[in-house]
Structure formats: structure tokens, C-alpha cells
Write a protein that binds this ligand. Structure first.
Ligand code: C2O
Length: 475
């Protein structure tokens, strides 16, 4: 027989409301990035990440169209034709003429038009270099679409609209960007694509590194010298690809860590980005570094975020980054990998101009499936070479005495309990876990997330050994 127990029911109810309150509180504290108020533009700045201090200032304020912002929907932005992006070094003369025409028309639009090349470049500058404070939070914290999980979806959306604008300017809705296949160490993708080197064309930029012009292979890491034998550079490039993508087996390791409303990354730089993912901090940055012109302040154009997208090669570079996101998701030997699922990732908001010059609000989650956006990549067979790369172990015991002899302070057997002065470089032996690992498992040296900006340096010297890579990141 059923008996009513009013007291236990009430207890249940009060427990329930307690949990609801906790959940609501947790949701209030975390929130996704919102679109900033575009009337609140500030002067953007870019600073040297290392070496002689230098800061340059840029007015990257965006034109505000008279028509109100619209929300993206797959219905409204139906893909009439597939956009198939191919490797830049295989482009036909016909295609090269077409893309030049499209950029010529884009460059001819007035700066007040969101579709203009100037406004397109400023989208990147303003959301990367402090052009707009975040909305809906207290304090003046800039929007920053680098150095975190925002990096991949923001740049995918950026290319999506950029490509649609170019296509509409030449009346070709199937127009597609090309990808600079810089990871291809077999069939020539690893040089600046010839189509971008033709002086006086609209996809040429004179502010590029004169030392890494074809046939010089572009190194994928700033630490790789460009002027060594080609086989050394290509081998290091394969290793860098492997490190940036294959060993980055989790969403955080590959895409980057959490950026929520109020996250302040104004202290992050290309050489100190604790929340940045492997693809961004690794090979992506390497290409920016080596394409930018060392004769220009801050390696303009490609070498700093404020000016990078003034070079049309930027969009081909990022098409490859975008392609590699898919390769990471679906083509790794250990099976499918997964994007972040945190609601603050999925619901992060961005704003772009569409092919009518209208502002469009988009969400990160609608960029996760590139095919749904009509974007396809021609398969690059050269991927297999770095996917199956077998990296040599980078550290061994005999390296330690050499490091100490060269003056690097050495901190014990394991740095976990050492006290290290802020800013000190050091080397350390980290013990590998003793338990047997399944043969597919990898070990990685990871650093715990710093709690405050001040502790970044202190914490960046501490590493925890997780289950991943046998190739060690430099300490
Ligand atoms: Cu927004 Cu390659 O940088």
C-alpha cells in the first residue's frame, strides 16, 4: 500500500531547489563571448613578443552599415554551390586570373564598405589587437580571438564570409579560396606558392620575407633556420606537424583552452600563450613568423596579427589551418577526435560582413561542420607523411650535463617541487610513469594553467607528465 511521506517529499524538494540554485549560479558565472558594441572602438596596438620593446598603434575600427545586424542561419545563407578549396601550388592559370580579379575588385571598394579589403583586414586587427572591449562584463577587457578555443571557429567563419564576398564580386558563387599546403613536404606545397609571388598582381604583397622566397622551404617553427639543407628543414617540418596535430589528442591540446566572457588574454603573446592550442601555437605561428618581412617593424605584414590579413596570402594560410582542423578531427590513426562541447565554446558569438556588406551574427557551434557551410577540401596525400611520422626522442640523459655546462640552471630530478625564480630558464629530467602503457598511448609534458597573469611565468616553468608523446616539448 502506498503511503504519502510529506516530510521526505519536502526534503526532496528543498534538495532539488538547492541543486537548481547551484546550477543557476554556475551558469551565471560562466558565459560565452558576446559581440562587442561596434560603436565603442578603441585604438588597436601590437607589441614585439620578444627582443627590443616596440609597440605600434593601428586604427582598425570597423565600418557600421546603416542596415541592422542579421543572425546567421543555414537557410538564409544556403550554399548554392560547393566551395572546393585546392592546394595553391596546383592552381591553374585560369584560377589565378580569377582570384586576382576578385581581390582587385575587393581592394577597389571604399573603406567604408564592410566587404572592402581594408575592412576585411581590420576585422582581424580589431578582434586580435584590442579594438573592442568585451560586452556584458565589468571592466575593459578586449575581445581576443587568438590564444584560445576561439581561434579555429573564428577563423573558419572569417574565411567563409571572405570567400563569399570574393565570389559575389566576380559573380561566381562557386569561387573558392586556395589552401597553402605548407605541411606538404613532398610535392612542393612547402614553399610560398608561386601564384602569390607575381609582382604587381593583387594577391602580391611586397612586405614579405625576402629570405624564404621559392625555392626555399618555409620552416614551420621559428626555431628552425631557413638556410640549412632542405632535408633538415623538411624533416623538422614533419616533426612540427606531428607535434602540433598528431600528439594534440584532446580538444584543449589541439584547439586551445577555455575563453569565456571576461577572459583576459591581453598578456598572452605568440611566445607565451598558455591557453593556445597546438595548431595555433605551433605550425600556424611558424608560417606567420617566416612569411612576415624582417625588414619591417614587427615583421609586417604576416608577422603580427594587426597587419597579417593585409597580405592576401593570409587567407590561403588560414585555409590550410582550417583544412587541418578537419584532418585532426577525422584522419588521425587513433580514430575520430572531438571538438569542445562546453556551452561557452559552442555559443561564443562573432560578427562578420556578408557578401551584401551586412553585419551577421554567428555562433561558434555553426562552424564545427565545414561541409554544412559548403566548404570542402581536396585531399592532400602528403598528409600521410607527417601523420605517420616517427619522431626521434628529443631529450636523453646525456643532454643534461651539456645543458648544465652551458649555464642552464638544473632543478633536481623532477621540477614538481622546485622553487624557480620567475623568468628563469631551466632544464630538468621528468620521470616517465612506470606503469605499462597500451602501445598506442602517448605521453606529453603539459603545464598547468596559470591562475593569474602574474603567475604565468612562475607556472610556465612547472610541468606535469600526462599520458602522451614520447617527444618532449622543449622545457
Ligand atoms: Cu588570426 Cu593566423 O592569425
Amino acid at each position: 500500500m502506498e503511503v504519502d511521506h510529506p516530510t521526505s517529499k519536502m526534503r526532496c524538494l528543498s534538495f532539488l531547489s538547492f541543486f537548481v540554485a547551484i546550477t543557476v549560479l554556475a551558469r551565471v558565472q560562466a558565459a560565452p563571448l558576446q559581440i562587442p558594441d561596434l560603436t565603442q572602438c578603441e585604438i588597436a596596438s601590437a607589441s614585439a613578443a620578444a627582443g627590443t620593446p616596440l609597440t605600434l598603434y593601428f586604427n582598425c575600427c570597423l565600418p557600421i552599415p546603416s542596415t541592422p545586424m542579421v543572425d546567421f542561419s543555414f537557410d538564409k545563407y544556403q550554399t548554392v554551390q560547393e566551395h572546393i578549396r585546392r592546394p595553391a601550388h596546383t592552381a591553374s592559370e585560369e584560377y589565378i586570373a580569377k582570384i586576382n580579379k576578385a581581390y582587385k575588385l575587393m581592394k577597389a571598394l571604399p573603406d567604408t564598405d564592410g566587404r572592402s579589403f581594408k575592412a576585411q583586414a581590420n576585422l582581424h586587427c580589431s578582434f586580435c589587437n584590442g579594438g573592442y572591449p568585451q560586452k556584458g562584463i565589468s571592466g575593459n577587457i578586449p575581445v581576443q580571438v587568438h590564444f584560445s578555443w576561439l581561434f579555429l571557429p573564428w577563423h573558419r567563419w572569417y574565411l567563409y564570409f571572405h570567400e563569399r564576398i570574393l565570389g559575389s564580386l566576380i559573380g561566381d558563387p562557386s569561387f573558392s579560396l586556395v589552401y597553402w599546403n605548407w605541411d606538404d613536404q613532398v610535392s612542393g606545397g612547402n614553399k610560398i606558392p608561386e601564384m602569390f609571388t607575381r609582382v604587381n598582381t593583387s594577391i602580391y604583397d611586397e612586405k614579405r620575407n625576402p629570405n624564404v622566397q621559392p625555392p626555399v622551404v618555409v620552416p614551420l617553427a621559428a626555431t628552425t633556420a631557413y638556410n640549412q639543407s632542405e632535408s633538415i628543414v623538411t624533416n623538422k617540418n614533419l616533426n612540427n606537424m606531428y607535434q602540433s596535430i598528431v600528439t594534440a589528442s584532446t580538444a584543449t591540446l589541439f584547439m586551445g583552452g577555455a575563453f569565456r566572457a571576461g577572459t583576459d588574454l591581453s598578456n598572452s603573446t605568440v611566445i607565451n600563450a598558455p591557453l593556445g592550442g597546438g595548431i595555433e601555437n605551433g605550425v600556424h605561428n611558424g608560417i606567420h613568423y617566416y612569411t612576415g618581412d624582417p625588414r619591417q617593424e614587427l615583421l609586417q605584414n604576416m608577422g603580427n596579427f594587426a597587419t597579417a590579413s593585409r597580405d592576401p596570402i593570409f587567407y590561403a594560410h588560414h585555409s590550410n589551418v582550417d583544412r587541418l582542423w578537419n584532418v585532426w578531427r577525422f584522419d588521425m590513426p587513433d580514430g575520430e577526435r572531438f571538438d569542445h562541447t562546453d556551452p561557452d565554446f559552442l555559443n561564443a558569438e562573432f560578427v562578420f560582413y556578408d557578401e551584401n556588406g551586412q553585419l551577421v551574427r554567428v555562433l561558434a557551434k555553426d562552424a564545427l561542420d565545414s561541409q554544412k557551410l559548403g566548404i570542402y577540401y581536396k585531399k592532400a596525400t602528403s598528409d600521410d607523411l607527417w601523420i605517420n611520422y616517427d619522431p626521434p626522442a628529443k631529450t636523453n640523459v646525456s643532454a643534461v650535463p651539456a645543458a648544465i655546462a652551458s649555464g642552464v640552471p638544473y632543478v633536481g630530478e623532477s621540477p614538481l617541487n622546485g622553487t624557480i625564480n620567475i623568468g628563469t630558464n631551466f632544464s630538468a629530467i621528468v620521470k616517465r610513469p612506470i606503469e605499462e602503457k597500451p602501445s598506442k598511448s602517448l605521453e606529453v609534458l603539459a603545464r598547468p594553467q596559470p591562475r593569474t597573469a602574474q603567475s604565468i611565468w612562475a607556472h610556465s616553468t612547472l610541468f606535469l607528465l600526462q599520458e602522451r608523446t614520447e617527444t618532449l616539448w622543449p622545457l
